[in-house]
Design a protein around this ligand. Structure first.
Ligand code: DC
Length: 215
């Protein structure tokens, strides 16, 4: 791959975006970038400093005085550091989940995340909500993954100990809150993953970008 390739994968929570992005990036031997981790890191920072995550100025002030870095390398999982300390393990807690949407609606926080993402060099697969529509409108390939709330809840429950009904309701509520940034890019290829396994979704995407899984 000589020219820079940015491949965007968007979709709602638990639609399989991160696993698909990781699998696709591994097949292409380029890094994957999870944009949600930056929203999560800002939320973590706010909660850690007892700052209300929906207080835009308060969170921006914290981001100005703390150094959040997203480390995206081929094959390895994304890691996030805050002032040099690895905070990756603290970003998928119920507390961060419950607060991240109220921070992610704030325009200046979206701007902060988008600027960090646009600093990433080279080719990569990036996943989120508005990667193809807002952040990388010039991306080489754009995908939008969808799945029913019931299927997404089952996937979540298989990853974390939780009640299926409660998880489905929480996902629906997050969809509602994230609605504004969930609008697919008009030129994104839409793929429903309800009836597809993870390798099938990855193979579908690879076929679309005309790279066989063997290369
Ligand atoms: O993909 P995720 O679950 O890690 O994302 C965490 C939250 O961040 C999610 O509730 C919505 C928000 N988000 C966003 O608004 N825009 C993105 N590009 C990525 C995530």
């Amino acid at each position: 791959m000589t020219e820079r390739q940015v491949i965007t994968i968007d979709g709602p929570a638990a639609s399989g975006k991160s696993s698909v992005a990781r699998g696709l990036a591994d097949a292409l031997n380029i890094p994957f970038v999870s944009s949600g981790l930056l929203y999560r890191a800002a939320t973590y920072l706010a909660l850690h400093h007892r700052q209300d995550p929906s207080n835009e100025q308060g969170v921006l002030d914290l981001l100005r005085t703390h150094d959040i870095e997203l480390i995206a390398l081929p094959i390895e999982p994304n890691r996030v550091s805050c002032d040099g300390e690895d905070i990756s393990a603290a970003l998928h807690t119920d507390d961060v989940d419950a607060n991240v949407s109220s921070l992610a609606v704030l325009p200046n926080l979206r701007h902060w995340v988008n600027e960090r993402l646009r600093e990433v060099k080279g080719s990569f697969v990036v996943e989120g909500r508005d990667m193809g529509s807002v952040v990388f409108p010039e991306a080489s390939h754009k995908f939008y993954l969808s799945a029913s709330a019931a299927v997404r809840a089952k996937r979540r429950v298989s990853e974390r100990e939780a009640n299926l009904y409660e998880v489905e309701e929480a996902l629906k509520s997050r969809d509602e809150k994230d609605k504004k940034q969930l609008e697919p890019a008009p030129d994104a290829k839409r793929i429903s993953t309800d009836d597809l396994s993870l390798p099938e979704v990855i193979a579908t995407l690879l076929k679309e970008i005309e790279v066989s899984p063997q290369t």
